[in-house]
Ligand binder design. Structure first.
Ligand SMILES: Cc1ncc(COP(=O)(O)O)c(C=O)c1O
Length: 500
């Protein structure tokens, strides 16, 4: 594996952020012995129950992947279908390759196979140049984030996140006894002043002040918002001041677009620097994935962290999932280092061409929205700067049954003022009945604690949003948006008719 001893110790001791679980975990003793096999070359091993590779019923794996020699490789690949130019990478027990099959399919280390770990480290250095960080392979971002929650979270803790956040992830730490504190957002994502306010005014009666921030800086799921460099710097500075660890979940990093008025996203458009690249303390745990840039079923990603947290992540992995599967590790190693691989410049051409393709899909979606939904006057779309999602605001105030006086009627000063939640539930049901699945804001909302949080503007009154994706086909976008337009018209007009 890549040596971690060559990395300077983190400048700031952040060991107090470790959970009791992480402190109590003992390194897997079998894996500790495995490390010793590198003490000298040609060690004879009678140690492990490793099946000999001659008994693997497999000796060669060939991956046929898109050629990246074209100017716009994604367009060529997509348009020409089976006849599109391709390149083949082989991992084999007997042929020259970057990661021989007998190594790739053997048991290995919790950080991943050294060659695969080197491949993702090279990617991380190329895009983020982090000081003193180490990469740990994972089974994708969901796995990486879950591991970070276990690494840092204590029962009774509060974690910070955007007030609308990806619920597949925010659902996870509830079972650890962790609660969420949602931070207000605007079209530019998390508002740094709101984060600061929450930390500054933290009531110790709630327990320890939050020490973990989970954030999606690009194409945030579900709102599609992207943090400017200015906001990233402010958030990092606040995290330093209040001693907060940052889990930077960034699967849409490579899908950052030029403005919707541009014909395409230029390959030269720079990526906004990540939080990791600003990290001088070792307080950012960055989570990357191949899901959105290659294929989600690959189940492969990586965490970039300080060497200290890396050691703990490895220890957890060695005593739980073990390293990720060899097939994915073979693929990325051959892709980045193999004799016929894309190499880093080919990978870069692929992701820059991929974002031009998603730029086109975003344009298609926004155009279809302008033709179908916008003319109803009942919903607006917020064009995202990155990612795959459009956050659609339903103009719920125009609904004949909309009420804004519920708090006065109930006499409860922390209750919602409006019936937005109920109306949006009805709209969601109507969409389903009309054959459209679209994500309601309610499933992403982190509810506030009325005892402690400012209930001036409760999230229940701001659930009038829908999350739609432009990742699918043009046909799905056209059909889906025309169903949405029709359903909105009916939902708002039925009532007018009923009242009249
Ligand atoms: C913000 C965010 N994090 C994590 C994931 C899951 O990624 P992975 O497939 O790598 O587990 C997604 C997938 O939609 C996502 O949008």
């Amino acid at each position: 594996m890549l040596s971690t001893s060559s990395f300077a110790p983190p400048q700031v001791d952040l060991s107090h952020h470790l959970s009791s679980e992480a402190r109590l975990r003992k390194p897997n003793p079998m894996k500790a012995i495995w490390k010793l096999t590198r003490r000298r070359p040609n060690m004879v091993s009678l140690a492990n129950g490793d099946p000999h590779f001659s008994l693997y019923p497999i000796r060669r794996v060939e991956f046929e992947m898109a050629s990246v020699d074209e100017v716009d490789p994604v367009a060529s690949w997509r348009k020409a279908g089976p006849s599109a130019p391709s390149t083949k990478f082989v991992s084999s027990s007997y042929e020259p390759c970057a990661l021989p099959l007998q190594t790739a399919l053997q048991y290995s280390h919790g950080a991943g196979l050294p060659d695969a770990q080197r491949a993702v480290t090279e990617l991380t250095n190329f895009y983020h140049s982090p000081p003193d960080h180490v990469c740990t392979l994972t089974l994708g971002n969901s796995d990486g984030i879950t591991k970070c929650f276990r690494l840092l979270g204590e029962p009774g803790d509060h974690f910070l996140a955007d007030e609308f956040a990806f619920s597949s992830v925010t659902n996870v730490p509830f079972a650890q006894g962790i609660k969420w504190v949602g931070i207000k957002m605007d079209a530019g994502g998390m508002i740094p002043a709101e984060l600061e306010k929450t930390l500054e005014n933290w009531d110790p009666a709630r327990g320890r002040r939050p020490h973990v921030l989970y954030i999606v800086p690009c194409g945030q799921n579900p709102t599609g918002s992207t943090l400017s460099l200015e906001r990233r710097k402010q958030i990092y500075e606040i995290a330093q001041r209040f001693d907060v660890m940052i889990i930077e979940d960034d699967p849409y990093y490579y899908l950052q677009y030029d403005s919707p008025s541009a014909a395409t996203t230029s390959p030269d458009t720079p990526f906004v620097p990540s939080l990791l690249s600003l990290d001088v303390d070792g307080r950012v745990l960055r989570i990357d994935s191949f899901s959105k840039i290659m294929a989600p079923g690959m189940r492969l990603g990586w965490i970039t962290s300080s060497a200290f947290f890396h050691e703990h992540l490895v220890s957890y992995t060695d005593s739980s999932t073990m390293h990720p599967h060899g097939f994915g590790q073979m693929l990325i190693t051959e892709m980045l280092h193999g004799p016929h691989g894309w190499r880093i410049d080919g990978f870069d051409r692929w992701v820059r061409s991929l974002r031009a393709e998603y730029h086109r899909r975003r344009a298609f979606f926004l155009d279809a929205f302008a033709k179908t939904v916008a003319p109803t006057g009942l919903a607006r779309a917020n064009p995202p700067e990155a990612g795959m999602f459009v956050w659609i605001r339903v103009e719920i105030e125009k609904h004949p049954r909309f009420r804004a006086d519920l708090r006065r009627i109930s006499g409860n000063p922390t209750a919602p003022r409006t019936n937005v939640k109920e109306l949006m539930e009805e709209l969601f049901e109507r969409c389903l009945d009309s054959g459209l699945v679209i994500m309601p804001a309610s499933i992403f909302a982190l509810s506030a604690d009325p005892k402690h949080d400012d209930m001036e503007d409760p999230i229940e009154d701001r659930l009038n949003y829908l999350r739609a994706t432009f990742a699918g086909t043009e046909e799905a976008m056209e059909q889906g948006l025309s169903i949405l337009a029709q359903t909105l018209r009916e939902f708002f007009a039925d009532e007018i008719r009923a009242i009249a």
